[in-house]
Design a protein around this ligand. Structure first.
Ligand SMILES: Cc1cc2nc3c(=O)[nH]c(=O)nc-3n(C[C@H](O)[C@H](O)[C@H](O)COP(=O)(O)O)c2cc1C
Length: 371
């Protein structure tokens, strides 16, 4: 009977134990580190006797016993096992997204949820939660207190805004007026109201936020805004101010940070969403909750884009950026605070040469419209 190592396997150390974690759909197992070598002998369909020859520094009995156990645990598959088809389909489907993305996806699936809907807010839940700080601030930074937003600035009809929003990759050289930036930041990121979570206050924004911890801070890299020197700022949403972190920010900086995408250099400013890890982790300790931060970032991105559009700006966003360089420039340690998403805006050019053309007959001819 020939055996092969299951495709989806990640090995790591946890709490001093060597762990083999099969996915999709497997539980992590603490095993002796020597199993890694035994599993290596089964990269291709291999007869256990052949494997035992390769592993001749181990006794045949040890190999035989380990192979039996690894097979029982589903880490080695027999050629005629019903799981083989799904394992091969998984390998094909997730392809180059495996192991990193596939492992994160499956290892955080089907977790056990708290029994009560608001367990986090129950007495027991409250006891177990670590303290956290609601706002990020840089008290010693030089700052610009921003003009207060006017409620009249966002009166564009909803449908018009929704349909007018497109990713903008061509900008004019006109600076964005400070009140416009101020309204955009306040609308997308500032508190709307404060709620009592049972152990203190939380705030809500115009976007929903899983966990309501508002773990995403807004850093603003200003290049072309009236009355604001180019530089990297933190948006202090409690004070409604821009806190200066470092002076200077050029078109070349924007392009470089955004993985050499030229359009980013034309934007008047970038907004980098930076994750404060312990703000959400202290409420939701399970790894699945990292997904919530990514989803929260998407919600903020959409609110940013719609608000920018309503204010007459062209919004853009990118997941392609140089994380470490950007973190360093923002002064984030890239451990407890790390960049997740880059948003951008500026005055849209009348012509958008970088915008994709509308699809015509020939486009549809070469498109598989059904499977
Ligand atoms: C999460 C995310 C990441 C994106 N990353 C990029 C990017 O790196 N470069 C880019 O030019 N556009 C990027 N876009 C824009 C998409 O290409 C764009 O949204 C898509 O083509 C649909 O066009 P629309 O936004 O005009 O409706 C991104 C959009 C999202 C939501």
């Amino acid at each position: 009977m020939r055996l092969r190592r299951r495709h989806g396997l990640v090995c790591y150390w946890y709490d001093g134990s060597f762990v083999v974690h099969p996915y999709p759909g497997g539980d992590p197992l603490a095993l002796h580190p020597a199993v890694a070598e035994i599993l290596s002998a089964f990269s291709e369909w291999t007869d256990p006797a052949e494997a035992a020859e390769k592993l001749n520094h181990l006794s045949p009995g040890t190999v035989e016993q380990a192979v039996g156990e690894l097979r029982g645990a589903g880490l080695l598959l027999a050629a005629d096992a019903p799981e083989v088809a799904a394992d091969e389909r998984f390998e094909r489907q997730w392809s180059t997204w495996s192991p990193e993305a596939a492992f994160f996806h499956y290892a955080t699936q089907d977790v056990k949820y708290p029994e009560t809907e608001h367990e986090g807010e129950s007495a027991a839940g409250r006891e177990s939660q670590a303290p956290f700080v609601l706002f990020t601030s840089y008290p010693r930074a030089d700052r610009i207190l921003l003009p207060r937003p006017l409620s009249t600035e966002l009166r564009a009809p909803y449908e018009q805004v929704l349909l007018a929003r497109h990713t903008c990759r061509d900008y004019t050289r006109d600076p964005v007026p400070l009140p416009v930036l101020s309204t955009l930041l306040a609308t997308a990121f500032a508190p709307v109201d404060f709620i009592d979570c049972g152990r203190g206050a939380l705030f809500r924004r115009t976007s929903p936020a899983g966990g309501a911890r508002q773990e995403l801070d807004a850093y603003v890299a200003v290049r072309n805004v009236t009355g604001v020197e180019p530089g990297v700022y933190h948006y202090n949403l409690r004070e409604h101010s821009l806190e200066l972190l470092s002076e200077g920010f050029s078109s070349a900086d924007a392009t470089r940070f955004c993985a050499d995408q030229e359009w980013a250099g034309g934007a008047a400013f970038l907004v980098v969403l930076g994750l404060v890890v312990d703000r959400l982790l202290s409420k939701y300790p399970t790894p699945r909750s990292y997904r919530v931060s990514l989803l929260n970032a998407g919600h903020l991105g959409q609110t940013f884009a719609l608000t920018a559009t309503a204010l007459g700006l062209g919004p853009a966003q990118t997941g392609a950026f140089h994380d470490s360089q950007l973190a360093e420039r923002l002064g984030l340690d890239n451990i407890g605070r790390t960049p997740l998403y880059v948003l951008a805006a500026g005055h849209p050019a009348a012509e958008q040469p970088e915008a994709p053309p509308a699809a015509g007959l020939s486009t549809f001819r070469e498109t598989a419209l059904e499977g």
